[in-house]
Write a protein that binds this ligand. Structure first.
Ligand code: F0G
Length: 458
């Protein structure tokens, strides 16, 4: 018999998590104004809100914490991080930042100005937020297949080269500072971008003189999918694949809270010295001096170690197979999940799950609330709430997909937890026809409203 996969770690320390009753959860979610971000973590049993900063560090990462050098300038921890970035990603220059959106803030302060256009593959919400905050526009050039949750396409994160070239051709080039390729593409379901596509985006962009930036939060998961799905890469190591991927980028932003398996941290990788110099000024203003940029020495050490561990095949294999395990369980109950299952999360197609809640009543948010009340599992809406209003018309933007995302923290939960989640969602699915109304907004922020929005039942 073929041996099944199993984790490439064993457990040395545990943390208790609390169960609760349905009555308690009904009360808590109401007090939280039906916004799951407002729940206290001890009101949650299994927390699938995000895989960001929620991973379990290894014994080696923890021992690196003790070796951190907290010097203000030129700390050895800075050089440890610099070496890891040089070795794994091959960027000559880098700037530490406290997390991914801070990297976006610093880099975009140099590159993006009012009226600019920034094409890409379904920009993540903070990325889009930082573009729109500067009165520029993010243009989605993802392939059409990404918007149909039922199509089995191996690289649903791919950029549609025709859509991208249309943007390049029909606009003044000086208005397009860069294209952003997100690997894996979180917003379209943790879906990977193929090496072929990365290469073609780079070649096309070079033809027009446009910079290619990778939003790299889950670059290692992307490399894993290239290895297992793209012809010609099956015998290459993850580290070799990562090197080739980044050879097609001029710069990168990184939220290290994902694939570098740390609780906090980020950075910008750059090749161009002039761009590095310009970005350094903003880094000092917003983040801190260029050799720490919002991070402690100990955190830079853990991050460097995390980059090595996060790019090991055995780790990625067990991680991504756990995500697939949950996906398969849900599929066995007939629950409409986005296929193929992605790298870091399972995405449930909420419009297919509930077919009688109007889109104006936040379908995916309704599902997130129902799942919480059913089980104490916290997931997140990736739908109309997250899409914000159109910056010009202030009308709600209705994205093609209303998704419920269940993100799996790295090395944290067992497959028994996954099983619990699957059964919980199956219970909601069983009574789906009894749920026909959703929620309305009573308070919201101008940008990134889903974090603080307040809702009430329709
Ligand atoms: N880019 C991508 C693709 C992301 O998924 C995130 C964060 C960021 C940038 C911003 O990084 O949080 O470190 O500032 N995603 C988290 C999530 C929040 O839950 O998917 P950050």
């Amino acid at each position: 018999m073929k041996l099944p996969y199993a984790e490439n770690h064993k457990i040395k320390m545990v943390e208790s998590i609390k169960r609760s009753t349905r009555t308690e959860r009904e009360k808590w979610i109401k007090e939280a104004n039906f916004n799951l971000f407002n729940l206290r973590s001890d009101q949650v049993y299994i927390d699938l809100l995000t895989d960001s900063g929620t991973g379990a560090m290894s014994n080696k990462q923890w021992s690196e914490m003790m070796l951190g050098d907290e010097s203000y300038a030129g700390a050895s921890s800075y050089y440890k991080m610099k070496n890891a970035i040089k070795e794994i990603l091959e960027f000559e220059y880098f700037l530490p930042t406290h997390q991914g959106r801070a990297a976006e803030n610093v880099l975009f302060s140099v590159l993006v100005k009012e009226g600019d256009l920034v094409p890409g593959n379904s920009h993540f919400d903070t990325t889009k937020g930082h573009i729109e905050f500067r009165k520029a526009r993010a243009i989605d050039c993802t392939i059409d297949e990404a918007f149909d949750t039922t199509i089995e396409h191996p690289f649903k994160g791919n950029v549609d080269l025709n859509k991208l070239e249309e943007v390049y051709k029909n606009n003044p080039i000086e208005k397009i500072p860069m294209v952003i390729v997100t690997v894996t593409c979180n917003s379209s379901g943790g879906q990977p971008v193929s090496m072929q596509n990365l290469k073609e985006v780079y070649q096309l962009s070079k033809k027009y003189g446009i910079k290619v930036i990778f939003d790299s939060a889950r670059f290692a998961e992307n490399a894993y999918f290239i290895k297992v799905r793209e012809k010609g890469y099956e015998n290459k190591s993850i580290k070799e694949i990562v090197k080739e991927m980044f050879s097609y980028a001029d710069a990168m932003t990184m939220s290290s809270k994902k694939d570098a398996i740390v609780n906090m941290g980020g950075f910008i990788g750059l090749r161009d010295k002039e761009l590095f110099r310009k970005a350094s000024m903003f880094n000092i203003m917003f983040e801190g001096y260029i050799t720490y940029g919002g991070m402690s020495g100990r955190d830079m050490n853990a991050l460097a170690q995390g980059l090595y561990e996060g790019t090991e095949f055995d780790f990625l294999d067990s991680r991504i197979k756990q995500v697939e395990f949950l996906g398969d369980r849900l599929k066995s109950f007939g629950i409409p999940v986005l296929v193929p299952t992605g790298g870091h999360a399972i995405f449930v197609d909420a419009k297919k799950f509930f077919n009688n809640i109007p889109k104006e009543q936040y379908i995916a948010q309704t599902l997130a609330i129902e799942l919480y009340i059913e089980s104490g599992v916290r997931a997140v809406e990736i739908g109309t709430l997250m899409a914000d209003r159109d910056p010009v018309t202030r009308e709600n933007r209705y994205p093609e997909l209303e998704l419920l995302r269940m993100a799996i923290p790295r090395r944290v939960y067992t497959n028994n937890h996954m099983d619990y989640v699957a059964v919980a969602l199956a219970n909601v699915y069983e009574r789906r026809n009894k749920i026909s109304t959703g929620f309305k907004i009573i308070k919201e922020a101008q940008i990134l409203r889903h974090f603080t929005v307040e809702l009430e039942r329709v």
